[in-house]
Design a protein around this ligand. Structure first.
Ligand code: NAG
Ligand code: NAG
Ligand code: NAG
Ligand code: NAG
Ligand code: NAG
Length: 794
């Protein structure tokens, strides 16, 4: 167990910034470790661990034997070491260990009375596997406050499409200790609770509800005083428009980009003074704690309606955030006038609506803050009435106030925070509404789990065997060989990749039976095979044509890039090199290449939502290659034929034969001979031999149009009456310029793609196809947009 853990961890090579893009319809769920802001008295508890560990510049302590977990609880619960973390994106600390309990378990942190930040870390899937009936239902209380109840992290993770996540709370503590209690649900027999990590630190009282003298407007009612001593908050959203999600952060973590929450087709425009050095003039006392309040970067950019002038009066700039109904929310808006032309009162005056109620009739940032470049925050409390069984949207809209005759018909906003407020019974948990949905989901999960359990167990077992064997091999190497560097060195005979014998492969493929061929190309043939490893697993066997020098290079390349381990990348199980044979063994992808489902008529056309999900999966895989590995990797042959689908329609990137690493951050491109597939080739790469991650973005843009149009990348379409055949990219560009994007839609999808969804999809596709690589978005940005589009499509 320990052995495999060690290898797992050295193989994963988690970079200093692990950013997880998750689906957007759920509250604050991202998790990032990126140069944390150091705050005093922070406790980072690695649950289920016996030792202290340092991770990303932060020091975690194990809960076993610590003062925070009293000995009786240490005995009654169990510490679990996870040797095979399914999603390698999950940071090793605290996710590689967990504390599991079948009875109530209380952590106790000494603290002074006051406001405390609490972050709970959960990694879901492994518990589900250990307990196929999924009994992880539990509640968590902090002092008198119920933070979650009947909570099932697996269901939550399923909804998020991420195996790991955090939940953030702010709790008012009145005693000299903070207790956090995990209680398995009494409603479910043999229920258990678990947690991977707990983070907590004191927060200045003034940050939220600064003093009971300041009334917070309660929309729809008269202003009320929210008493300072009776509340707990759960962070639902923190957004800004600084750019990439990681650009702005404070003690509570990063602020997500607001773009994905904009509702409707008007996105306004972003005002940015990042490049100028402007000193902001903080005036209010609370703003001084901007490590806890808003990070100063937040005020360097703002979203405005843009210079549309009269057009701005025709629409509302609107953000919409799904929240649990039946709760009050604290909405905090951050404003700062940073335009060089708006310097006086009454130049930019606008209305602010929250949930269709007027929060500000006459918002004039310069007038209210007293000067430009002066941050201003405004709090509102809004009730989102109970609605049966579902989440509701909380809307924030801006609209120019023309009655005041401002100089500019425009509005501005820098950041939004939305916090759920505990109700009178000290609960933040949405008790009733999710239950039924959850139960349904659970059943679904169980059915899927049972249906695929055999395969998964088989695969897991094989992986385990492989890793174990590799581990034994590793032990024989000199000790310095265990560094990641050595493992990825470019010789076939080293490394962790399992070596099969030709005899094993022969048996697996019935002696390379033609009946088992599932693919064929310049490289050779791909066979479906069966392997026995105390269980039966399906594999794909790629047998390269002998004695081609090029083939050998690519073969080596595949093995060298074996270190990838991500759910959206096809896993290499091993290889075989005997005589002239060069054979690669992969996990079997039941549904085959994406291209087959787009324009091979024998297959059912894919529904629109499924197509978007496939694009998201593929984008996630590429984003991982580009950013999350120790050495960023460029795939170089992104195409729909290299995006494979497993039996659950999860998209995985395949074929790393042409992969190249970017040598270092200081050389952001590699010069190289042109490789790739015609129709997907980045024109800049073609002309200048300059290879960057953006070349993959271009190819991915072509894939997006294949997905939308249901057509192949080359040689399929005619422009207008001319019979000249052109590439899909050119045609898409043509339709976009002519405003006839409807023509692009696959006839099978007709009527199923909402116009705003189509526009957004085409726009991101067109951006990917930009002639200059610098004008293209990053894969992370593409991923963000696609997630937004999925949200629009639901
Ligand atoms: C904010 O955090 C930074 C980095 O941890 C630290 O240097 C700075 O002193 C902090 N500022 C305040 C006001 O606490
Ligand atoms: C900051 O605000 C104070 C008080 O309003 C004012 O006196 C000062 O001139 C301002 N500084 C800048 C740089 O705007
Ligand atoms: C606000 O109004 C819009 C359009 O009139 C409506 O679709 C939406 O549901 C309303 N939102 C709330 C929270 O009432
Ligand atoms: C903007 O939103 C408010 C509140 O929901 C609504 O009353 C108003 O009609 C909207 N204006 C436009 C132009 O959509
Ligand atoms: C609060 O508790 C009371 C009594 O236990 C219960 O009747 C009421 O429904 C609870 N309110 C909420 C919002 O849960």
């Amino acid at each position: 167990m320990m052995e495999s853990l060690m290898i797992e961890s050295s193989r994963n090579g988690i970079t200093s910034c692990v950013l997880l893009h998750l689906f957007l319809f759920l509250p604050f769920i991202h998790l990032i470790t990126c140069d944390p802001i150091n705050v005093p008295d922070k406790i980072l508890l690695n649950c289920g661990s016996y030792e202290a560990s340092s991770f990303n510049g932060e020091n975690w302590i194990g809960d076993s034997g610590s003062n925070f977990l009293p000995p009786e609880y240490d005995k009654s619960s169990s510490a679990v070491l996870l040797s095979n973390m399914e999603d390698s994106l999950a940071p090793k600390v605290p996710f590689s260990t967990a504390r599991i309990t079948h009875s109530s378990l209380t952590y106790s942190f000494p603290s002074s009375p006051g406001l405390k930040f609490i972050r709970l870390y959960f990694l879901s899937s492994l518990y589900l596997k250990m307990n196929p009936s999924n009994k992880a239902y539990f509640s968590v209380k902090a002092g008198p406050y119920t933070l979650v109840s009947d909570f099932n992290p697996s269901v939550f993770a399923e909804e998020l499409n991420s195996k790991f996540f955090t939940k953030d709370f702010l709790v008012k503590v009145r005693e000299d200790k903070l207790t956090i209690t995990f209680t398995p649900s009494p409603l479910i027999s043999k229920a258990f609770a678990f947690v991977n990590g707990i983070e907590t630190f004191p927060v200045p009282k003034s940050i939220y509800f600064p003093g009971s003298k300041v009334p917070v407007p309660y929309l729809g009612h008269q202003q009320i005083l929210l008493t300072n001593d009776e509340y707990a908050l759960e962070t639902f959203y923190r957004v800004s428009n600084v750019g990439e999600d990681v650009d702005s952060q404070n003690a509570f973590g990063i602020w997500l980009n607001d773009f994905r929450y904009i509702s409707g087709s008007h996105y306004g425009s972003v005002l940015n003074i990042k490049s100028r050095t402007v000193n902001l003039n903080y005036t209010t006392s609370s703003s001084k704690d901007y490590n806890y309040s808003a990070p100063s970067e937040l005020y360097w950019t703002a979203r405005t309606m843009g210079s549309g002038g009269d057009d701005n009066t025709k629409y509302n700039l609107t953000w919409s955030f799904p929240v649990d109904s039946g709760f009050k929310y604290l909405v905090r808006l951050h404003f700062c006038e940073i335009s060089t032309v708006v310097t006086q009162p009454n130049q930019r005056v606008f209305k602010v609506y929250i949930n269709n109620q007027t929060a500000e009739e006459r918002m004039d940032v310069v007038a209210s803050a007293g000067a430009p470049f002066t941050p201003l925050q405004k709090d509102y409390i809004v009730m989102v009435p109970m609605e049966s069984g579902s989440r509701k949207d909380l809307w924030i809209s801006l609209h120019p106030n023309l009655e005041s005759k401002p100089k500019y018909a425009d509005a501005i906003l820098n950041g939004i925070e939305i916090m759920k407020i505990s109700d009178s019974n000290h609960s933040l948990a949405a008790m009733f509404q999710l239950r039924r949905e959850q139960r349904k989901k659970v059943q679904h999960v169980i059915i899927v789990a049972v249906a695929t359990l055999g395969t998964i167990l088989g695969l897991l077992f094989t992986f385990f065997i492989l890793i174990l064997r590799a581990g034994k091999k590793l032990k024989l190497l000199p000790s310095n060989s265990s560094s990641t560097h050595k493992i990825i060195q470019p010789t076939v005979t080293s490394g962790l990749c399992h070596q099969f014998t030709l005899a094993e492969i022969s048996i697996a493929t019935s002696n390379f039976s033609e009946a088992l061929v599932i693919g064929e190309g310049g490289f050779g043939k791909v066979y479906r095979g069966i392997m026995h490893h105390d269980g039966v697993i399906a594999v794909a066997v790629k047998r390269s044509i002998r004695s081609s020098g090029q083939g050998y290079k690519e073969f080596q390349n595949e093995i060298n890039f074996f270190s990838f381990c991500h759910m959206n990348l096809v896993s290499l199980l091993g290889y075989c090199q005997e005589g002239n044979e060069m054979i690669l063994v992969y996990e079997y992808m039941a549904e085959g290449p994406l291209s087959d489902h787009l324009y091979k008529k024998k297959n059912q056309p894919l529904p629109w939502i499924q197509r978007i999900k496939i694009c998201i999966g593929a984008a996630r895989g590429l984003h991982y290659l580009h950013t999350s590995t120790r050495h960023p990797v460029i795939h170089r042959d992104v195409k729909s034929a290299n995006i494979l689908l497993d039996q659950n329609w999860v998209a995985k990137i395949a074929d790393f034969g042409l992969c190249r690493t970017v040598p270092s951050l200081y050389h952001s491109h590699v010069s190289t001979e042109v490789k790739g597939t015609f129709g997907y080739l980045d024109p800049e790469y073609y002309k200048r031999r300059k290879l960057t991650q953006k070349s993959d973005v271009y190819s991915f843009g072509v894939v997006l149009f294949e997905v939308l149009c249901g057509r192949a990348a080359v040689n399929t379409v005619a422009v207008e009456e001319e019979s000249e055949k052109v590439g899909l990219a050119t045609w898409a560009m043509h339709c976009y310029k002519c405003g006839s994007i409807d023509e692009l839609v696959d006839p099978h999808l007709a009527g199923n793609v909402r116009p705003e969804c189509l526009r957004a999809f085409v726009e991101i596709g067109i951006q990917c196809l930009a002639g200059r690589s610098t004008d293209r978005p990053t894969m992370g940005e593409v991923l963000n947009s696609l997630e937004r589009i999925l949200f629009l499509a639901r």
